[in-house]
Write a protein of this length. Structure first.
Length: 172
């Protein structure tokens, strides 16, 4: 498995579809673009920005349920792509055992962001679908908050010009 970080939450300019960019933490820096639904992208963006909604969103509720039952999200794994759709698993520690639950990648990542737990992509999936995208961010740039330099924005626009949602499937 390849450990990744959520390097950006963006919107594809051609299709107006939100896309998550998962970049490997070691190696050559391949990035796996995962197109998601707007509600999931909003939930992830709120969690990244540390904004607590007045009432819990579904992902917040799921974390509350896990905590109240003595469970903890250990890791998220984006496992494969079948028929242009990504699949993921939640690895939850419950009573000393790891329980694996099937999940949409968008939901899994929304939970991982809230729990600050690691995100992994299977080797086979990263080998097949990972792209090398240069994100040169200086000390003032931050691709997660949108305060990135013009160079990063230009690089990302160039990347988006070459990719379409149907190239990677919908995971939401």
């Amino acid at each position: 498995m390849v450990e990744v970080k959520l390097s950006a939450v963006r919107v594809d300019l051609q299709s107006s579809t939100p896309v998550l960019l998962l970049t490997e933490t070691e190696g050559i820096g391949r990035t796996l673009p995962v197109f998601v639904g707007a509600p999931e992208a909003t939930s992830i963006a709120l969690a990244i920005q540390g904004i607590d909604p007045p009432r819990p969103l579904t992902h917040d509720l799921m974390i509350d349920i896990m905590e109240s039952t003595g469970s903890r999200l250990e890791r998220v794994v984006i496992t494969e792509m079948r028929s242009a759709t990504y699949f993921a698993e939640l690895h939850i520690r419950h009573r000393g055992e790891i329980v694996t639950v099937s999940s949409r990648p968008s939901d899994a990542i929304a939970l991982a962001v809230r729990e600050h737990c690691p995100i992994f992509v299977s080797d086979e999936l990263m080998d097949a679908e990972g792209l090398v995208v240069a994100f040169d961010v200086d000390d003032e740039g931050d691709p997660l908050t949108g305060e990135s330099t013009e160079e990063v924005v230009d690089q990302f626009k160039e990347f988006l010009d070459t990719v379409k949602p149907e190239d990677f499937g919908s995971s939401s």
